[in-house]
Design a protein around this ligand. Sequence first.
Ligand SMILES: O=C(O)C(=O)C[C@]1(C(=O)O)C=C[C@@H](O)C=C1
Length: 197
Amino acid sequence: MSLRKTLPIHPGRWLAIALALLLAGCQMQPPEPPDEDKAAIDRMLGLLDERLDVAPLVAQSKWNSGAPIEAPEREAQILDQVAEDAEAAGVDEDFARRFFEKQFEASKQIQRRLHHQWLQEGRSTFADPPDLAEEVRPVLDRLTPQLIDSLADIQRIAAVEGSGRYLERRAAELVQDDFDGEPRNVSIQPLLERLAR
Ligand SMILES: O=C(O)C(=O)C[C@]1(C(=O)O)C=C[C@@H](O)C=C1
């Protein structure tokens, strides 16, 4: 028996079947945020990457000075500024605080891992370390208001379907993956908690 007899589908029907399959395929694609929201997410990830890049400089400076990695008074000072800037930008204060606490945690993670590594290597002091107060902290201080502006964007698009999934995917491309990507995961965690999947 020929195939044509067992499956008597009129040629015109194939088009309808192909169209139906195409439509089903489209519906199965997870939703993507609009381009403008994607750009806002990319901007945030770029800033997070810049902030993480500062941590090794802090680590060098503290390796030489022997200052502790944990600097609670400095964190408190940043958080005071954050509370003020967040209010002005219409960003939820608890969200902003949690976000920055995670950035401190990510930075400390990098610093601890580097100090551990240098200790194992028996490293001496660095010949020309950056000055923490004069050179390094000002870089972080310049990033703080930019991050707050970016948090305002994140807050605005929080309910956009697919925004969390997009951020997770792009973080792997735009944010450094040093130390097995653990600091990166810590830094994006408060954003993933906020954004819709
Ligand atoms: O400024 C420092 O001393 C840092 O180590 C940087 C930083 C930060 O990420 O802003 C991280 C940990 C400290 O507890 C305080 C601040």
